[in-house]
Design a protein around this ligand. Structure first.
Ligand code: 13P
Ligand code: SF4
Length: 330
């Protein structure tokens, strides 16, 4: 089996790595040699966050991808994020350590079905959450992230009818906050849907001063208990500014690495899920490892490709989002 077949099958190609190698040093060397930049999402492993040139939420990562002058972008995140980077920087080589790092939310909205759904509402404008495929973005008018969804909806005239997809939880939250009647696609994230209201209530009884911080991809029953709702960057900033000493974190627990680094004297408790798993790790985000990141930079594979016609259509709604965000100073 050659390297391309192996990537097709497994998402990455295995290769012997000398155990005496310091992967942090090797990655640094390769980065300089190849003029590469590593962009990492907060849900990545601590090691990956520590070697990254930029760590951020989806909006911050898109902004970085649009402005980098590196020749190679290594995207330590999931497939839709690397695709977004490729759409914004089509002349650059975009690498994803594991090509099978997908997203349950993006998968919950197949473009051919969304196209039919959209056809039922011909006078509606389509806002899609960035957690979707490039093909879906190409069917959209404006893209948004969890840190600008409310402002993007508010930037449109009140009489404008809107379809919002694919996340029904974020959509319902935005509809509630803006008072707008959004037509929602019925999609959700497997990680944010499994927090347990009962277990969080018990946890709050044991930690009465703890603030509950929740991502808007969580269900309404969790959001209505939260002291703060926001994107991963929003959650991190809130925890840093707050005088509270304890926080219950209702999002993927990878963010806790950065929260602890920035706030060594504060305590962060992952919100418990409604199953018996110890934590809410995103299985897609966690497919990337430091070893796969090293091999992907060394071999410049797996590379993310997006068809030219999709890039041409998908770049407009993403740029529209970036323009609105820049105007609002987000
Ligand atoms: P943000 O980092 O933009 O809040 O997104 C969270 C998420 O689920 C990414 O997959
Ligand atoms: Fe997708 Fe949810 Fe994982 Fe984010 S946390 S990448 S939305 S499955």
């Amino acid at each position: 089996m050659d390297i391309f077949e192996e990537i097709n099958l497994k998402g990455y190609a295995e290769e012997y790595i000398d155990p005496t190698l310091d992967l942090f040093d090797e990655i640094e060397k390769l980065k300089k040699e190849k003029n590469a930049v590593i962009l990492a999402h907060y849900y990545q492993d601590a090691d990956i966050q520590d070697i990254a040139d930029y760590i951020g939420d989806s909006l911050g990562l898109s902004q970085q991808a649009a402005k980098t002058d590196a020749d190679i972008i290594v995207f330590a995140g999931v497939h839709f994020m690397a695709e977004t980077a490729k759409i914004l920087s089509p002349t650059k080589k975009v690498l994803l350590p594991d090509a099978k790092a997908g997203c349950s939310l993006a998968d919950s909205c197949p473009p051919h079905l969304f196209k039919k759904f959209k056809e039922q509402y011909p006078d509606h404008l389509v806002i899609t959450y960035v957690n979707c495929t490039a093909e879906l973005k190409a069917l959209s008018d404006i893209v948004c992230t969890s840190s600008n969804a409310i402002q993007i909806v508010e930037s449109l005239p009140p009489e404008q009818k809107i379809i919002f997809g694919p996340d029904k939880n974020l959509g319902a939250y935005v509809a509630k906050k803006t008072g707008r009647d959004l037509v929602l696609w019925n999609g959700a994230c497997m990680v944010h849907e499994i927090f347990s209201r009962e277990k969080i209530t018990k946890l709050k009884e044991r930690h009465p001063d703890a603030k509950l911080l929740a991502h808007p991809e969580c269900e309404d029953v969790i959001l209505e208990m939260a002291d703060y709702i926001g994107s991963t960057t929003g959650i991190l900033k809130y925890a840093t500014k707050s005088d509270a000493k304890e926080f219950i974190v209702a999002t993927e627990p990878g963010i806790i690495h950065q929260m602890e680094k920035d706030n060594p004297a504060k305590v962060f408790i992952p919100a418990p899920p409604n199953n018996n798993c110890a934590c809410n790790d995103c299985p897609h985000m966690k497919r990337n490892t430091l070893e796969k990141l090293y091999l992907c930079l060394k071999n410049e594979l797996p590379e993310i490709e997006v068809p030219e016609d999709i890039i041409v259509r998908a770049v407009k709604p993403i740029e529209r989002m970036l323009e609105i965000s820049a105007k609002l100073g987000l």
